[in-house]
Design a binder for this molecule. Sequence first.
Ligand SMILES: [Zn+2]
Length: 455
Amino acid sequence: MKPKKLLGLEYWVKHWYRHGLWFDHYSQLLQKTAALSPQGLQVFQNQRLQQLVREAYRDIPYYRDLFSNLKLKPEAIQSAADLKKLPYLTKALVVANFDKLVSRKRRNFLCKVAKTSGTTGSPAQFVRSFEAINFENAAAWRQWRLKDKPGTRRITLRGEVVVPMRQSEPPFWRFNPTNQELLMCGFHLNDQTAEAYLRQILDFQPQILSAYPSNAYALARYFQRHKISYQLKAVFTSSEVLSPQVRQFIEETFQTRVYDWYGQAERVAAIAHCAKGTYHIQEDYSLVELMPKGPNFEIAGTHLFNAVMPLIRYRTGDVAKVNPEQTCDCGSHFRTVESIDGRDCDFIVTPEGYHISAANHIFHGVAHVLEGQLYQEDMTCLIIKVVAGSGFTEEDRNRLIRNARENTSEKMRILVEEVDHIPRSSNGKFQSIVNRLSDLNADEVGTESIALALG
Ligand SMILES: [Zn+2]
């Protein structure tokens, strides 16, 4: 079956947004900065930071006010260490001060606005310049080049509505000729449509899969279930937490490696797997601070390449695990991170006030669960929503309850709820944890954060 081509103009525009005027410039720059010595990298970071602060002070009312309240001049910020003179920026502050955070001078028709899809509160908006979008794509390509090159056949399977949601018959995909890319709709992949997806993939013969972890996992499961063996050159994941179990399952199915990318709508930090499969903070993308939070670290960052809406010391709410002993022999000087364990709102709060992230392990070893989500709207109760496969038994249910209690709190009431389908967020992401303790601010509930031991 020949995939229908996308109606041209929209995708050429999209292509231009990503590979536009600045793409080659930043691709070359990022090749050079990746090879810098630690000292050279520091000089580069400081120059970018000084420029960013000068421009923010000149063009952004929020920062002008902030500096004058603190009785500081932009010259006070010369290096990453000087950033401590400034307070952290949060999503709530961005929502409250949006107009004052955007440069009127630099905002133009080429800018794009991204919205976060928080489960609670108002969504925050972030304006990106055309140049910043080109830069982001150049940074992504630096990782993709580990295994990919332009023109290699790739499937993209993410939370993008590729065909109308009401469509019930294939094709649930479109061919994007600008990038030899088969853009498949993550929303339509289910038991009824899986066979059509597999047939199309075998026909297309892709070498690369780019997907949300949950979509890549679902696809891998269908390959296994239909007993089809297919080897890919690489799988690139992003946008959701990649658990070790999901990573292993995808790697075994497609006989390749998964390379994950951690980023966020705010674009203040990027952490990417290198060729050896180690997470490295992309130190030439932004300035990343790791703020101690219990035994883990919250990721905060200062973007260096988006002068239309500079975010300085922005707290992402996402949590990373760092092992000071960890080293990587890939040759990169960038700091390493052991894992990204929780993303904004991805935590459960126990009756004692502990934050539990990385709670996917509750499902470890429980057979017959096709999809599972931890849902909380009350501090004393955790609901485990499961899409049960055939063969889901009382024993599986009890094991889930046992796992959940062991990994959260003895005082936690645990309910297992069987559902037909777990809805995705508005941007198509699967959320492994939905926390609706909306009136409670994460920092007020408790300060101690525990990540579960890997199952
Ligand atoms: Zn490495």
